[in-house]
Design a protein around this ligand. Structure first.
Ligand SMILES: *[C@@H]1O[C@H](CO)[C@@H](O)[C@H](O)[C@H]1NC(C)=O
Ligand SMILES: *[C@@H]1O[C@H](CO)[C@@H](O)[C@H](O)[C@H]1NC(C)=O
Ligand SMILES: *[C@@H]1O[C@H](CO)[C@@H](O)[C@H](O)[C@H]1NC(C)=O
Ligand SMILES: *[C@@H]1O[C@H](CO)[C@@H](O)[C@H](O)[C@H]1NC(C)=O
Ligand SMILES: *[C@@H]1O[C@H](CO)[C@@H](O)[C@H](O)[C@H]1NC(C)=O
Length: 460
């Protein structure tokens, strides 16, 4: 293999033999061509690498997420305007609605502005890169002229040959391995990021209730597809005895609860009322930690009946197995209910699991039961909250008052755990008291210090 290099190399040199004393032979080598500019090649290589890293998928992702924002805003605006027309039942309401619409218009304008500047930046980057690529092309052309021996080309040919040979030997071409294992059985692809806040509102009770949860039923009854729900912990910041319902997102923002409250019990708290903020609504039933029990309650909103599911022996409850940030734990967050594409899940911890998170699938059907359970190796007190998406459990941790990190995942399909997820959530308030994923629109709903915030999940 070295031979072809050596022969043409010699041809480059003028070999002069001098007739000297017979016992001595002196060779004088003169290079007839310029030396190959290796340093130039390495500069071109590093320029090319830089060029690559400038055009990252993040740039496109940014554009995409802005477009997603608009995509969501526009129908919302349309809906709000038509609602305003339909339900203009008094001056006060009309004024409030107008304000909401004005706010939405303002947000849309801000989104457009950001989209414009991002697009401009992207254009500029593309132009720069095109210029860089042209320069690189010219340099390569020039370098090519040096490569009279076609060393580089032959090296490439050889590599190709070797690869073909290897493939031949093993019988089939290698299948490219994905860099990351596929995550769960997700119809949308892999969870890659979340956008900035899409909804940010204090709703009906600004500043009044620090703890609560809100969202959308992933399996709504016909006609209630746009309905939103709210549960606020009205007693001691721990307990609640009703679900409040809104006919749309804008109704929730404006604070007009037309269907009103659905009462679990007239007392608060009492047997089988709500304890703790991490509740979910699924299929017209509310799932939550029952008062004073290591159990999940399911309140059927249609029949107003409750079923109870006792969690395994040793399950921590009554604020003994909480989520925590750096300084303090979030009271009564022992049980975290979650929804995803496949239904309802419960995340908790038990004494026998050393305070690590335990995950169970709640089976649907008339009887309330646990289907399957997984032990994880993430310590619950190192986690601020969890949610499920496409059969994958995600856990967050507190980074700063402005940032929360989705740092951990557990895939129930592969049982693979990751501690390096590295997706950041921009917070509007320091403490996330409940966090849940809505599979109908791929939004994350958070309740933070009396603010309701939502984020769009980006899948690849
Ligand atoms: C986008 O930004 C450019 C430069 O700032 C401005 O001239 C143009 O009017 C903007 N376009 C829109 C649609 O806002
Ligand atoms: C994720 O999204 C945020 C906000 O849209 C953005 O700032 C960040 O760069 C994105 N991160 C990745 C890894 O794409
Ligand atoms: C609630 O009750 C209704 C009427 O019995 C039933 O059809 C529905 O399946 C129940 N919902 C749940 C989640 O059990
Ligand atoms: C548990 O889940 C599996 C898979 O979704 C399902 O086939 C099975 O019927 C469930 N079992 C119960 C008891 O719900
Ligand atoms: C989880 O851990 C507990 C306690 O160590 C053990 O009893 C149980 O069998 C484990 N469950 C699974 C599904 O591995």
């Amino acid at each position: 293999m070295k031979l072809y290099v050596i022969i043409p190399l010699c041809a480059l040199f003028t070999l002069t033999q001098q007739a000297s004393p017979p016992d001595k032979c002196v060779c004088e080598l003169t290079n007839s061509k310029k030396a190959f500019p290796h340093d130039k090649l390495s500069t071109v290589e590093s320029d090319a690498a830089k060029c690559n890293s400038n055009i990252t998928p993040q740039k496109t992702l940014e554009l995409e997420s802005l477009l997603l924002g608009l995509e969501r805003r526009l129908p919302q605006l349309e809906e709000d305007v038509s609602m305003l027309e339909r339900e203009d039942d008094g001056e006060l309401y009309a004024v409030i609605s107008l304000q909401v619409i004005e706010n939405e218009l303002l947000e849309i304008k801000q989104l457009m502005d950001r989209l414009n500047s991002t697009a401009l930046g992207y254009e500029r980057l593309t132009a720069d890169t095109t210029k860089q690529l042209e320069d690189l092309g010219a340099e390569m052309q020039e370098l090519n002229s040096y490569d009279t021996m076609e060393v580089v080309k032959r090296q490439q040919d050889n590599q190709r040959l070797k690869r073909d040979l290897d493939n031949c030997r093993t019988g089939f071409p290698p299948i490219p391995q994905p860099t990351k294992p596929p995550h769960g059985n997700c119809p949308h692809g892999q969870f890659v990021n979340v956008t900035g806040p899409r909804v940010f509102t204090q709703g009906e009770y600004p500043g009044s209730y620090k703890y609560g949860a809100w969202g959308r039923d992933p399996k709504p009854e016909a006609g209630k597809e746009n309905w939103h729900w709210l549960v606020i912990l009205t007693s001691s910041n721990i307990y609640s005895n009703y679900v409040r319902r809104y006919s749309s997102l804008s109704a929730l923002i404006v604070g007009v609860s037309v269907p009103g409250n659905v009462l679990i019990h007239s007392s608060n708290p009492t047997t089988n009322t709500i304890q703790g903020p991490n509740v979910v609504l699924y299929g017209e039933a509310l799932y939550y930690n029952c008062y004073n029990k290591g159990a999940v309650c399911r309140f059927n909103l249609t029949t107003k009946t409750i079923r109870e599911l006792k969690l395994p022996e040793g399950t921590r409850f009554n604020s003994k197995g909480n989520f925590c940030n750096l300084d303090a734990c979030y009271p009564y967050t022992d049980l975290d209910l979650a929804t995803d594409e496949s239904g309802v899940w419960v995340i908790y911890t038990t004494s026998q699991d050393f305070g690590n998170l335990v995950l169970s699938k709640v089976s649907d059907g008339e009887a309330l039961a646990l289907n399957q359970t997984w032990n994880t190796s993430v310590y619950k007190q190192a986690v601020t909250n969890t949610f499920m998406a496409c059969g994958v459990l995600y856990a967050t941790r507190y980074v700063s008052k402005d940032v929360e990190e989705i740092f951990y995942s557990f895939d129930t399909t592969t049982e693979l755990e990751r501690f390096d997820v590295g997706i950041f959530i921009n917070k509007m308030s320091p403490n996330i008291h409940s966090l849940n994923y809505s599979p109908v629109d791929q939004m994350l709903h958070a309740y933070c210090d009396s603010y309701m915030v939502s984020y769009k999940v980006l899948f690849q």
